[in-house]
Each structure stands twice: as C-alpha cells, then as structure tokens.
Design a protein around this ligand. Structure first.
Ligand SMILES: Cc1cc2nc3c(=O)[nH]c(=O)nc-3n(C[C@H](O)[C@H](O)[C@H](O)COP(=O)(O)O)c2cc1C
Length: 201
C-alpha cells in the first residue's frame, strides 16, 4: 500500500494480493478467517480456512470444505458470510462481506476437486465428519492413509463430502495501520461498480 492511497489503486492492489494468495502458503492472506451466522444459535461462527481462489472480475472468494461441516449448515440457512485477512508485515487488515453459494455437484466443484492435491482430498475421507462427537482423541482418517496421501482411486469416495464455498463479495473494508494515524477505506458494490469511502479508523 502506498503513502497517499488512491482508492482505485488500493482496490486493484488488494485484489492482486488476494489473487496471489492461494498459490503461496506463506502469504498471510492464504489463511483468512471465514465468518458465518451459526445456524445452531445465531452467534458468529469463525474458523480459519485456506483461500483457494480469488477472482476480481466476479468479486469472488473461494474456499473448500466438507459438506458435513457446520459452516455448510450455516450458509444454507443464512448465505451471508465475512472474511478477515491480516498481514502483519504490511500492517493491513482486510474485511470482506458477501453472499455464499455452496457448490457440490457442478462444474466448479468438479474442477476444484480435480485441481486439489491428493493430500488435500484425503481430508474428505474422514469418518465421522467434522463436528461429530468422538469417544476420545481418536483419529478420523482411514488408518491405512495415516502416513501417506491417497491414490486417486482411494481419494474418490471423498468427493461425496467435498464442497466449494464461493462468496460473491459486496463490501470490502481495508484498515491501513500507520504510526502517523491509521487510514480506513471502505468499498461497497452498488450493482455496477465499487464505491469508495474513507472512514475514521
Ligand atoms: C490453517 C488452517 C487451515 C484450514 N483450512 C480449512 C479449509 O480450507 N476448509 C475447511 O473447511 N476447514 C479448514 N480448517 C479447519 C477449520 O478451521 C475448522 O476447524 C473446520 O472446518 C470446522 O469448522 P466448522 O465446524 O466451523 O464448519 C483449517 C484450519 C486451519 C488451522
């Protein structure tokens, strides 16, 4: 981020950062916090996820998850979701909000499944699924796959549990920390373009 931020440049820079993050595990934007409205009690459900795709043209942020996880139940009841990113070195907090669609059985889900590593696909073989109560600290992956990634055909049953959460973002809030005083820039999608506003930090 520059010293004299121009909103359009800031937004451009931000989307570049988001688009770069999925490919770089060390990027602080690689693992945002995803917030949903918990279906169970209306509270705020938060969890770390891996950002798998960011597409500025579609205003879309994408992560993968297990269909059995509570976040899928959450967004089925309330499709609104929030994302929180923080880059300590750049002293930049980004919050984004939007509407989530769950993809399980379409071209996007198929493409993301096939693009994912076998070691990632292994997670979807867990039994029981995320959030189930266990008798003790049991491991839920198949024992044969405890120390290795599955082969393609071994991973295939996991496809039934695989979901892509695609969030179309309509608000972005950037907080730029600076010794001289912080700056906060808010972008709202008005249906045709992004409207920028400076806010008191
Ligand atoms: C670094 C890290 C990355 C994670 N990435 C994902 C992810 O991409 N998708 C996912 O469903 N869970 C991911 N998790 C696990 C979630 O944080 C969470 O524990 C799990 O999805 C269950 O969440 P839920 O019950 O709120 O649905 C990740 C956890 C960590 C610590």
């Amino acid at each position: 981020m520059t010293d004299s931020p121009v909103p359009a440049e800031q937004l451009d820079h931000l989307w570049s950062r988001l688009e770069d993050a999925p490919a770089r595990a060390s990027d602080p934007f690689h693992t945002p916090v995803l917030g949903t409205v918990r279906a169970a009690d209306g509270s705020c459900g938060l969890r770390t996820v891996v950002l798998r795709r960011a597409e500025r043209a579609d205003r879309r942020l994408v992560c993968h998850t297990d269909t059995r996880s509570s976040k899928v139940a959450d967004v089925t009841v309330s499709s609104r979701a929030s994302w929180l990113f923080y880059d300590r070195e750049a002293r930049l907090q980004v919050r984004a909000a939007g509407t989530v669609r769950v993809h399980t059985d379409d071209d996007l889900a198929d493409a993301q499944w096939h693009a994912s590593r076998l070691s990632s696909r292994r997670c979807y073989l867990a039994e029981p699924g995320p959030g189930a109560t266990l008798d003790g600290p049991a491991l839920t992956l198949p024992a044969a796959l405890a120390d290795r990634a599955p082969r393609e055909e071994e991973a295939a049953p996991g496809r039934d549990h695989f979901a892509v959460l695609a969030c179309t973002v309509d608000a972005i809030d950037c907080l730029m920390l600076q010794y001289q005083g912080h700056r906060r820039l808010h972008f709202a999608w008005d249906g045709e373009g992004w409207q920028a506003r400076w806010l008191a930090p």
